[in-house]
Design a protein around this ligand. Structure first.
Ligand code: UT7
Length: 323
């Protein structure tokens, strides 16, 4: 008998305000055509004034709990992947815990920027397999609109806000790849590349700072590293490209998504793409894409899903799971 962390529910939350590319044309030397053709992004959601990461995370968590047919009382672990927590401390995860009215279990944040959700899933999986938790909420939630430099056309048109959540539950499996649940994970980072994607502020430098990115450099690393990590976790799980039902990639750029799928040997009709509607929502992008695909009836029980993401650090990784 092998313990598995199985997906019981999924949900998401998007802020009300939708900003189409054309809205940037008034204040920046940019165009809808440039943004679409270089990134695949058509629109993104921005949080309302006063709307926070933990509030959005809690909304996504409620949706995931409802989808799972569970309540907050059934949960004993919350992991929030975010780089844009409401406060320096406490964690966004404990704030979500409070919003949900939970008084037991434990909650903490994971900060691995755009790879955050893959890191959070891997951590939650390890805690479930170690017997530390039975049911976990794994949330990706971000308000990247708060760290944009609105004069930097190379970054501010690319990001958006939102949240997505999964409920994981410990279940007995056979140890075979036919099991439902997380089948394999792979995490990587290389701090030599810390200067190509970062925020130029933080607590110990006493500023909030803005996101800075050498887009072309990040792009150069992305396809190669994403395909490599996907292959590593697929090999660990014993899953071939033909057995993959859905690739659910980090949604940063349609060209990266297509290039990675090609290297993975998976055709685009088996790739979930939401970048056109959400932009890059960092750690929220994968659970948002999972939730949207699930609500559209694309993902069903038994499907093999590969998620992969890369972001600031550089940090990157992947998870293979059977839904
Ligand atoms: O989620 C974390 C990981 N992040 C990523 O994966 C992002 C990776 N990078 C990318 O997605 C792409 O590199 C970008 C979408 C950021 C940029 O696309 P690119 O094809 O690499 O363009 P570029 O940066 O080489 O810029 C090409 C030109 C430049 O002008 P010159 O130097 O050729 O005259 C830029 O100044 O496009 C210019 N440019 C813009 N023009 C209109 C940059 N931003 C804009 C803009 N509107 N918003």
């Amino acid at each position: 008998m092998t313990l598995r962390a199985v997906v019981k529910g999924v949900g998401h939350y998007l802020p009300e305000r939708i900003v189409p590319n054309a809205e940037f044309e008034a204040s920046l030397d940019t165009s809808d055509e440039w943004i679409r053709s270089r990134s695949g992004i058509e629109r993104r959601h921005f949080a309302a004034e006063g709307e926070t990461t933990s509030q959005m995370g809690a909304q996504a968590a409620r949706a995931a709990l409802e989808n799972a047919g569970l309540t907050a009382d059934d949960i004993d672990l919350i992991v929030v992947a975010t780089s844009t927590a409401d406060l320096t401390f406490p964690s966004a995860a404990t704030m979500v815990q409070s919003e949900l009215g939970m008084t037991k279990g434990f909650a903490f944040d994971v900060q691995a920027v755009c790879a955050g959700f893959v890191y959070a899933l891997t951590n939650a999986n390890a805690l479930i397999l170690a017997g530390q938790a039975k049911r976990a909420l794994v949330i990706g939630a971000e308000t990247f609109s708060r760290i944009m430099d609105w004069e930097d056309r190379g970054t501010c048109v690319l990001f958006g806000d939102g949240a997505g959540a999964l409920v994981l539950e410990a279940q007995d499996g056979t140890g075979e790849k036919s099991d439902r649940g997380i089948l394999a994970t792979d995490l990587n980072s290389d701090g030599r590349y810390k200067d190509i994607l970062y925020v130029d502020g933080g607590v110990s430098s006493q500023t909030t700072g803005h996101l800075r990115m050498q887009g072309k450099e990040v792009f150069r690393h992305a396809v190669e590293k994403l395909a490599a990590t996907a292959h590593t976790s697929m090999d660990k799980a014993g899953i071939s490209s033909d057995e993959v039902d859905w690739v659910v990639p980090h949604q940063a750029n349609i060209r990266i998504i297509k290039g990675t799928a090609k290297k993975m040997g998976v055709s685009m009709d088996r790739v979930v793409v939401t970048v056109q509607d959400h932009g890059n929502t960092s750690a929220a992008s994968i659970p948002l894409a999972l939730s949207v695909a699930h609500s559209e009836g694309k993902i069903s029980e038994g499907d093999v899903i590969v998620t992969e993401a890369i972001g600031g650090g550089l940090a990157w990784g992947s998870v293979v799971l059977r839904w």
